[in-house]
Design a protein around this ligand. Structure first.
Ligand SMILES: C[S@@+](CC[C@H](N)C(=O)[O-])C[C@H]1O[C@@H](n2cnc3c(N)ncnc32)[C@H](O)[C@@H]1O
Length: 278
């Protein structure tokens, strides 16, 4: 099991919040209102919750009492997520949480039977095609909408450009696919898995736009990006070391900008409603 440092998840939380595609929220709210049937509380399952950043972002954007069920295979992160859970919905209604330790690939419809909504953030690209397929099957059985945010798209734009950017980007993407993980193919795989099951899928871009105000995050991200690329292509190490020194100097001087592309996916069960465009 790969372990995610809570410090890294905390560092990216602000950029994640700014990046998520707000435009998917209105169709989601409309579907939740239509499907609620007067239920006393909205049950939201957050898959791969980490320290709970998705809940802190989404719970205050939805109205009505909510019960979040947090899923992760890392018990330390689950504890942090439960401790730091949001307390109030958009209209002040209470938000409560419960935590469940487990593997996403083993989820079934029975695990999600009470779900009004399933969410995940920064999860799809670290799953295999079999895990994404199992997730889509479980969500389809549960018959609820699914909001999957911040999956990497495999594209990075750095300004100013550098001749090594593209080679490092390719090596990083190859590293993301190690051991059969989906990496940049995750969004296509999820769209395919849900579409095959008759759902309506919408995709919106959700890029990180990093400038001088996000220098700490940019530095940490750059070190991870270059490090993963070199793990994949050790022949790059010498040139990548010099590259990193130059990029970090520019970042500290406020002269580096980065757009790290992600995508958000909203899945609504069934075909598009008449008169809407998916
Ligand atoms: C990149 S982190 C994202 C965390 C959080 N959703 C966020 O946006 O900050 C991925 C999370 O998914 C969890 N995870 C990854 N693969 C998993 C799996 N197969 N089963 C359960 N949890 C998994 C990790 O432990 C980690 O907390």
């Amino acid at each position: 099991m790969h372990q995610y440092a809570p410090q890294w998840l905390e560092l990216r939380e602000g950029a994640d919040a700014d990046a998520r595609a707000d435009s998917l929220l209105d169709p989601l709210r409309a579907r939740l209102a239509h499907a609620s049937g007067g239920a006393a509380e909205l049950v939201v399952h957050d898959l791969g919750c980490g320290t709970g950043s998705m809940g802190r972002w989404l719970a205050p954007r939805l109205e009505g009492a909510q019960r979040w069920v947090l899923h992760d295979h890392d018990p330390g992160l689950l504890r942090l997520a439960a401790d730091r859970a949001p307390r109030a919905a958009a209209d002040g209604s209470p938000v409560t949480v419960t935590a469940r330790r487990g593997e996403i690939g083993r989820l079934t419809g029975a695990d999600l039977v009470d779900a009004a909504l399933v969410t995940a953030s920064a999860l799809l690209d670290v799953l295999t095609v079999e895990e994404v397929d199992a997730l889509a099957a479980a969500c389809t059985d549960a018959g609820c909408p699914v909001l999957l945010t911040l999956s990497v798209a495999g594209r990075v734009e750095l300004t100013p450009e550098h001749p090594l950017d593209a080679e490092l980007g390719d090596a990083f993407n190859a590293h993301q696919r190690r051991g059969g993980l989906l990496g940049p193919e995750a969004v296509d795989a999820a769209c395919d898995a849900f579409s095959r099951r008759g759902a309506t899928v919408r995709v919106q871009p959700s890029p990180w736009r990093l400038g001088p105000r996000e220098a700490e995050l940019t530095e940490e991200w750059l070190c991870g990006w270059v490090g993963a690329a070199c793990e994949q292509r050790p022949d790059l190490v010498d040139r990548a070391d010099a590259y990193l020194v130059e990029r970090l100097r520019a970042c500290r001087a406020g002269e580096l900008r980065a757009v790290v592309h992600h995508c958000d996916v909203l899945v609504l069960p069934g075909p598009p409603a008449t008169g809407t465009v998916s």
